[in-house]
Design a protein around this ligand. Structure first.
Ligand SMILES: CC/C=C\C/C=C\C/C=C\C/C=C\C/C=C\C/C=C\CCC(=O)SCCNC(=O)CCNC(=O)[C@H](O)C(C)(C)COP(=O)(O)OP(=O)(O)OC[C@H]1O[C@@H](n2cnc3c(N)ncnc32)[C@H](O)[C@@H]1OP(=O)(O)O
Ligand SMILES: CCCCCCCCCCCCCCCC(=O)OC[C@@H](O)COP(=O)(O)O
Length: 423
C-alpha cells in the first residue's frame, strides 16, 4: 500500500475532511441566509448566487469521489443525444439502488457543467471576448446572455431538515415531498411551477421507485405489480407514477426531454459513503437515453403505462448488464474537470489555517495536561482507523472483470473519453 493510500485510510485525515465539509457547509448556509433580503428585490440574482454557493459545497463531495477515492464514471450513450446534455432542461429518471447514488448524481452533473462552475468560466470567457469586441473595452452593455445550469431533485421532506445539505437544498429550491399525495399535491405543483422561470438550465432528478431498493421492498412492490397485472421487475421496484406524471405535466414547455438513466457498478461493487471517505475506488457505469418530452403521453393513465414500460426496458438493460458487464451503446465520457478539486483545496487551506493557529496556541500554552489530552485523542483516533477501513470496504465479487469488458466490441468517441475504450 502506497503512502497516499495509507493516508487516505487514516481517521485523522478523514476527520479533517469532515471538518472542512461541515464548517464550509455552515458558512455556505450562512451566506445563503444573507441572500434572503435579495429575493424580493432581484429573485433571479438571488437564485444565481445561491446556485454558485451550492456549487462550492456539492463540488467538494464530487472532489471526494473523483479525486480522493479516484472513482471513475463511465457514460454509455448515443453520441447524437450527447450533444444535448447540459444544454437543455431535462427530467432525469434514475434507478435508486446504491448508497452513493447522490454522489454519483453530482459527479454526473459536474461532468456536464450542471453543478454551476462552467457558468462562471464561460461567463469569464464571454466577457473577455465581448470586452475585446467592444470599441475600447469600456462598454460591456449588451453582453449576450449565456445558458446557466443547475441540478434539482424530488426529495423526501426529511432531507430538508438535514444540516448543511438539506438547508442548502432549501435555498436551491429543491422539491420536497412527504410521499403522501393528498398532503403533497399543492406544494409539489407550486414548487414545479416555480421552476418554470428558473434562470438556469436544470436537470430535475426523479427516483420514480420512491425509495432505495431492498429485497424486502422489492418483494412487496412485486406483489403490487401482480395485483395490477403488470410484468414483474427483477432489478427495480415498481415505479410510482403519480410524481412523474405531475412533473411532466407541470414542466411541459420548460423541459425538452426525459433522460432515462440506468446506473450500475462494475464487478458487483456495493459502494458506500464510508468506502469513498476511506479512499476506495469504485466503477460506476451509467447508461443514458434521451427521450423527447413530446413522446411522453399527456393523459395520466397512458403516461403511467408509458413509465411502467420504460422501467421494463430499464430492467432488461440491468439484466443484460448483469450477464455482460456493459450497457448498450458507445462509451462517451466527458473529461473530469479540475474545478471541483481546486474549490476543495481552496476551502481546505482556508479552514486548516484556524486549526493550525489553535494547535500552535495549544503548544505555546505550555499546559501539559491539554497537550497530553490532544496527543491521546489523535492516537486513539488513528488506532480506530487502522482497524476501520477493511470492515467498511464491502467485498466486490468479480463475476465480470475488466478483461471480459475489453472483449466487447462497440464503437467509441475517443476524443470525448478519458479512458481506454474497448472497440
Ligand atoms: C446526462 C445525464 C446523466 C445523469 C444525471 C443523473 C443524475 C443527476 C441529476 C441530478 C442530481 C441532483 C441531485 C442528486 C442528489 C440527491 C438526490 C437525493 C435524494 C433523493 C432521494 C429521495 O428522496 S427518493 C424519495 C422521494 N421521491 C419520490 O418518492 C418519487 C416517487 N414517488 C412518487 O412519484 C409518488 O407518486 C408520490 C410521492 C408523488 C405520491 O405517492 P403516493 O403513494 O401518495 O401516491 P401514488 O399515487 O404514487 O401511489 C399510490 C399507488 O401506489 C400503489 N402502491 C402501493 N404500494 C406500492 C408499492 N410498494 N410499489 C408501487 N406501487 C405501490 C397503490 O396501489 C396505488 O396505486 P393506484 O393504482 O391505486 O393509484
Ligand atoms: C468533502 C466531504 C464530503 C462528505 C459528503 C457527505 C455528504 C452527506 C450528505 C448527505 C446527503 C443525503 C442525500 C441522501 C439521499 C438519499 O439517499 O435519501 C434517501 C432516499 O434514498 C430514500 O429514503 P427512504 O425511502 O426513507 O429509505
Amino acid at each position: 500500500m502506497g503512502l497516499v493510500q495509507w493516508l487516505k485510510g487514516q481517521f485523522l485525515c478523514q476527520l479533517i475532511i469532515c471538518y472542512g465539509f461541515l464548517v464550509s457547509g455552515l458558512l455556505v448556509n450562512l451566506l445563503q441566509i444573507c441572500t434572503l433580503p435579495l429575493w424580493p428585490i432581484n429573485k433571479q440574482l438571488a437564485r444565481r448566487i445561491n446556485c454558485k454557493l451550492g456549487y462550492s459545497l456539492t463540488s467538494q463531495s464530487v472532489a471526494l469521489l473523483e479525486w480522493w477515492s479516484g472513482t471513475e464514471v463511465t457514460f454509455y450513450t448515443d453520441p447524437a443525444d450527447y450533444q444535448f446534455y447540459g444544454k437543455e432542461n431535462a427530467i432525469i429518471v434514475l434507478n435508486h439502488n446504491f448508497e452513493i447514488d447522490f454522489l454519483c448524481g453530482w459527479a454526473f452533473c459536474d461532468r456536464f457543467g450542471v453543478l454551476g462552475i462552467h457558468h462562471i468560466l464561460s461567463r469569464c470567457l464571454l466577457l473577455k471576448t465581448h470586452w475585446r469586441r467592444t470599441s475600447n473595452g469600456r462598454d460591456l452593455g449588451n453582453c449576450p446572455p449565456i445558458p446557466l445550469k443547475a441540478s434539482k431533485c424530488l426529495a423526501k421532506k426529511e432531507l430538508s431538515y438535514l444540516p448543511v445539505i438539506g438547508w442548502m437544498w432549501y435555498f436551491l429550491e429543491m422539491v420536497f415531498i412527504k410521499r403522501k399525495w393528498e398532503e403533497d399535491k399543492r406544494s409539489f405543483v407550486q414548487s414545479l411551477q416555480n421552476l418554470r422561470d428558473y434562470p438556469e438550465n436544470f436537470w430535475f432528478l426523479l427516483h420514480c421507485e420512491g425509495t432505495r431498493f431492498t429485497e424486502e421492498k422489492h418483494q412487496i412492490s412485486m406483489e403490487v405489480a401482480e395485483k395490477k397485472g403488470l410484468p414483474k421487475l427483477k432489478h427495480h421496484l415498481l415505479p410510482r407514477t403519480k410524481g412523474f406524471w405531475v412533473a411532466v405535466q407541470n414542466l411541459r414547455g420548460t423541459v425538452a426531454a426525459v433522460y432515462c438513466c440506468t446506473l450500475n457498478f462494475r464487478n458487483n461493487e456495493t459502494p458506500t459513503l464510508l468506502g469513498v471517505i476511506n479512499g476506495k475506488k469504485y466503477h460506476p457505469d451509467l447508461y443514458i437515453r434521451r427521450i423527447p418530452l413530446e413522446s411522453v403521453p399527456e393523459d395520466e393513465a397512458e403516461c403511467s403505462s408509458w413509465l411502467h414500460k420504460l422501467y421494463q426496458e430499464k430492467d432488461q438493460f440491468q439484466e443484460d448488464y448483469s450477464h455482460t458487464g456493459y450497457f448498450p451503446g458507445p462509451i462517451v465520457t466527458p473529461l473530469r474537470g479540475p474545478w471541483a478539486l481546486i474549490n476543495w483545496i481552496g476551502w481546505t487551506c482556508l479552514l486548516l489555517y484556524p486549526l493550525y493557529l489553535l494547535l500552535v496556541q495549544l503548544v505555546l500554552s505550555g499546559s501539559i495536561l491539554t497537550i497530553l489530552a490532544t496527543v491521546a485523542f489523535c492516537s486513539a483516533a488513528n488506532t480506530r482507523s487502522s482497524r476501520g477501513p477493511e470492515s467498511v470496504h464491502s467485498a466486490a465479487g468479480s463475476k465480470i472483470g475488466p478483461l471480459s469488458r475489453s472483449s466487447v466490441g462497440y464503437a467509441s468517441v475517443p476524443w470525448l473519453s478519458n479512458r481506454n475504450t474497448p472497440v
